[in-house]
Design a binder for this molecule. Sequence first.
Ligand code: PGA
Length: 250
Amino acid sequence: MRKYVIAGNWKMNKTPAETTALINEMKPLVADAKCDVVLCVPYVDIAAATAAAEGSNIKIGAENVHFKASGAYTGEVSAEMLTACGVEYVVVGHSERRQYFGETDQTVNLRTLAALNAGLKAIVCVGETLEQRELGYTETLLKYQTKMALTNVTAEQLKNVIIAYEPVWAIGTGVTATADQADEGNGYVRAAVAEMFGAEAAEEITVQYGGSMNAKNAEELLAKENVDGGLIGGASLKAEDFSIIVKAVK
Ligand code: PGA
């Protein structure tokens, strides 16, 4: 039985006070969710987020994690630090990290392993650029990124992995993949998991779609066979919109 997960990715938005206000607004709106509800927030908002979400069905995630346990890595945060703060999920390998901060398939893999070894659930992002799509490399790239990210992950650890297919051209652009494109991309990801871990594991893993998912298109996207939830950027900053997406999981 596949688990549906709707996760917000706040990116570089919201102060701690704004975090408290937004989560308090969201709580009653998502209380009867038929899926897991996660909010991935900036590091400095984690304390406010876990406090505001306490006793609700909202789980808190971070937006990145370093692969070392401690040491001279200025500006980085370890998986142990996150779990100590009540964090349960972490986004790894978001395309903005890959594009702007030099994240590679190797570091995405290391961060994924660090998260899993610390008991966090990893939301691993994969996705093709428009150029890669137009060249016809979407399937190859999605399978490659998925396999690289999951290298050395055990079958047991895979149960704590969610993969988010996020076409780079659809993120923050207002251009959403069609439901069929999302289904197809998620299907490539699932096929890669099948090649690595077998058909049963692939059938069970949660594969989200992300990229301009919103209150209007969520239902159509989530109705697709291979779409088991969403990673939501812009629309997760508005309580009403986010709750409509959560409620689109029937
Ligand atoms: P968007 O972002 O919903 O604003 O397109 C999605 C994401 O980057 O996770």
